[in-house]
Design a protein around this ligand. Sequence first.
Ligand code: AP5
Length: 213
Amino acid sequence: MDVIFLGPPGAGKGTQARILEQRYGIRQLSTGDMLRRHRAEGTELGKKAQAYMDRGDLVPDDVIIGMVERELHKPGGVLFDGFPRTANQARALDELLARQQRPAVAVLFEIPLEMLYERLTGRWSNPKTGRVYHEKFNPPKIAGIDDEDGSALVQREDDKAETVRKRLAVYEEQTAPLIEHYADRLKRIDATKPVETVTRELLSAVNLKDAVA
Ligand code: AP5
């Protein structure tokens, strides 16, 4: 089964995708992480994406859709984290999944926008693995150091207050309308709760509990 995570920046999509991937082996496909890897490696795609990401804008659909399509040839279900984000991307994903006869369910992370500033401006992440922490809600054991591999944690350029405002506006304008697109297969979860509670709600919403118990 494929699962599509919908929700605003900072709602906790990446946190939950990583937990499900680590605990249950479901592959996370985060377009944001993929783009950051391209940037770190200095690829042409990464260079093209850089200015859009730094401004808090979306990277053009053709770049994103091509990047995702190349990943869908691998076997097994996928957690789509941060994709689709536009009507064009949603249509392209529908076609890609239909061609492979893959059923998908969508999960909406519901959270008031005013809670997102604190989540995003307090976020620290491992630039190598993408693992995220929060200085207040989910701190590492040693400040600034990843618990798992000891890497120095960094703050994302686009988590500055001004860029966060832009990203939230872009979400409202271009991505929130997708909630309607997925209305017939949409599950809603309360993303304001603590991480473990959200994981439990998520497992029950997507009916993975029995499969992974
Ligand atoms: P992307 O990397 O996808 O960023 P995003 O969608 O803005 O999502 P975030 O990573 O900011 O939030 P999240 O929901 O994953 O929250 P997280 O779990 O980290 O995209 C970045 C950019 O890339 C875009 O702006 C765009 O330019 C480009 N891009 C990517 N995909 C694209 C696409 N499809 N099309 C076009 N352009 C694209 O949690 C946030 C913080 O909260 C963390 O510190 C975490 O520890 C904490 N936290 C998590 N859960 C909880 C909880 N339950 N309680 C308390 N704190 C919590």
